[in-house]
Design a protein around this ligand. Structure first.
Ligand SMILES: [Zn+2]
Length: 320
């Protein structure tokens, strides 16, 4: 019989749980509202109740049919010790999540930061399957990062490493809410591209960008790419500048890690091959190992909308 794993994506808005097979396929899933603020103990019970309801509704006996349960959560997480040092969204510090959940679950519990679960999913069953050294960079509201180094999650000695969105790529550049100026995510996140697109539209009322939406509120990271593909000059400048900054950040990471695979996730990665083709000339010109026989492969992350559930579940495969 195939092995099955429970994965829980613990978000500020929803708690989503799924039963996942060893290849990263979701068999069934269920979610509830997180309803913050609430005490830690209540949230722990909610996680357990959700997993019980999911198993019961789909005919699984958790103890017999499920190998382990993994929880992916935002914040600084020490996965080995099972402690969430800090979760700003939830307002918790020194949260002994693994130990506390162990009082409910009769199967092994694994916890990790959600960016780390994303790289685990890609390494176990996704675009970096089987790699010992791989990175993921997610281009969303901010820029998140996860690293797998020498066959293990790399998170730094205090679990706060791989904040790749907050490396400076423009000294004295745009103010970031982390306190620095010129951070990678102020230029290369989906939100940054969206903000820049809106500003360009306001400054250029004749641009073809307006053909893709007349409502500035509906502008997203796709808008600039759509107008670029249609040959609009303003969009071409926007996308070229975006790719210049994105490539600088990506090549910085490759020059540090030289991973086997670097996966791009998040909203902007929906541009897939088109995006990869735009990055390639920068990568070929600037990668320090550009003349090496073995080079990093830049690719698109396999897991999309349910990556949080799948990655959390795959913690059980990774720790097996
Ligand atoms: Zn920053």
């Amino acid at each position: 019989m195939q092995k099955l794993y429970l994965g829980v994506d613990l978000g500020g808005t929803n708690i989503a749980a799924g039963v996942v097979d060893g290849e990263g396929n979701i068999i069934c899933k269920k979610s509830v509202r997180t309803n913050l603020p609430k005490p830690e103990a209540q949230l722990e019970k909610d996680i357990f109740d959700l997993c019980c309801a999911l198993c019961e509704e789909n005919g699984y006996d958790m103890k017999k049919d499920i190998v382990s349960v993994g929880i992916g959560t935002p914040g600084s997480v020490d996965g080995k010790r099972g402690i969430v040092w800090q979760n700003v969204n939830f307002g918790y510090t020194n949260w002994t999540l693994k130990e506390n959940l162990g009082k409910y679950f009769e199967i092994p519990v694994h916890i990790e930061n959600d960016a780390n679960t994303a790289i685990v999913a890609e390494v176990v069953a996704g675009s970096a399957k089987g790699c010992n050294d791989a990175l993921i960079v997610t281009l969303g509201t901010g820029i998140g990062g996860g690293a797998y180094v020498g066959g293990e999650i790399y998170a730094g000695h205090n679990s706060a490493g791989l904040e790749v969105g907050h490396v400076v790529i423009e000294v004295n550049g745009r103010q970031c809410n982390c306190g620095r100026k010129g951070c990678f995510e102020r230029y290369a996140s989906a939100s940054a591209l969206t903000r820049d697109t809106k500003a360009a539209m306001e400054a250029n009322p004749d641009s073809a960008l307006w053909k893709f939406t007349t409502d500035l509120e509906k502008v997203n990271a796709k808008t600039a790419f759509d107008a670029y593909k249609a040959g609009d000059a303003v969009a071409t400048e926007l996308v070229n500048r975006y790719i210049k900054y994105l490539s600088a950040g990506i090549v910085n990471l490759i020059n540090i890690f030289q991973p086997e695979v670097l996966c791009l996730g998040g909203g902007v990665s929906n541009e897939k091959e088109f995006l990869l083709d735009l990055i390639k000339p920068y990568f070929d010109a600037e990668d320090y190992a550009r003349n090496a026989a073995e080079r990093t492969k830049i690719t698109i992350a396999k897991f999309r909308n349910d990556a949080g559930i799948i990655g959390a579940a795959m913690l059980g495969v990774n720790n097996a």
